[in-house]
Design a protein around this ligand. Sequence first.
Ligand code: FUL
Length: 413
Amino acid sequence: MSSHLPTPQQLGWQDLEFGLFVHFGINTFTGREWGDGTEDPALFYPTALDCRQWARVAKEAGMRYAILTAKHHDGFCLWPTETTAHSVKSSPWRDGKGDVVREFVDACREEGILPGLYCSPWDRNAPCYSDPKAYSEFYARQLEELCSNYGPLVQLWFDGAGSEGYTYDWDRIIGTVRRLQPGAVIFQMGDPDIRWGGNELGYGSPDLWTTVDESRLDILWESPRRELPPQGRYLPVELDTTINRAGWFWHPNTTDQIKSLDELIGIYYRSVGHGANLLLNVAPNREGRLEEAEVQRLLELGAEIRRRFGNPLAAVGPGSGELEIVLREPGLVARFEAMEDLSRGESVLEWVLEAQVGQDGLGRPAWHRLAHGYALGHKRLGDFPPIVASRFRLRVIRSRGEARLRSLKVFAP
Ligand code: FUL
């Protein structure tokens, strides 16, 4: 499927905006970031697995979805798969009867968080990996289990690492997912609905087009091009990063590497505020619980997002070409949120946000520029030096066809 129009699944996923990434597995117990597949399954032994805690914290932080590493590159499966013995079945944890994927999806649904799964294409344990045809079949069967037995999934996460130069039978693999999980979006590999933002810092360019020339994704990563028109394929961006600089998996004694609230807010502005989804990783420890210090930081982030964007002075929407806010009396404004209506594709090519500051010599309203950009996309967030004004307008300067705007909100400092 390749179209400049979004699917309902893509639009629904974009509205989720902020998700929890959960890296948990054999690496949690070895202290490594990439296992080599020779790890003894007996190492997997969380002493107090608490997926409810993960889901509750995600919910409280304002996240709407969560993705768990059902299988990372080391090949160890967190569910009792029939495809290999390299799984929770061979671990003494719950006498080999445990199923982390089950506990995860159940906990997410109880909290109203949409669950999704990461299942690494690159598998350093499966002996058949040396035979791409046999492995594609093996991998499709793993996905068949994950897509059949755990209810509706919001997203399947196909990480590109380790797969350079390898030939998967994507028709077989993606076909399985599409057939069993028609509501899910696919990330990055095969026939994706969602593309990677090109770095693991959570920083997206301000001109992050949603509709791109897919043959040039690598160029987009290197240097996003302002003039690139939104033509080609509708492919929204997901940016993934970690709350702790130490890595994707849990590592002992790394509290000092937790990102600061300022840094995380900066990441939020440059991801969600640049029209992408933010998938923020918080890794469970060897108990199977998120670390208290990381939970606190995540909740601080959620509270700060609510403080900044939860309470607009005014809001308007939708409109074509221009949206205007008129406050009853002049207010101090320092922040905005603007959204494009993407339901019929990306249309805005250049936009400006202005405040009226008195009149010019001829008695016409005088407008002061507060923000300006090219791509608008799902959402743009921004701060500007505080200004007292009562009239604000978001104006499309150039568009492809009719410009469709979804909403504009302004906020006090
Ligand atoms: C990368 C992987 O190699 C890392 O281990 C991690 O899973 C990250 C999200 O993607 O490509």
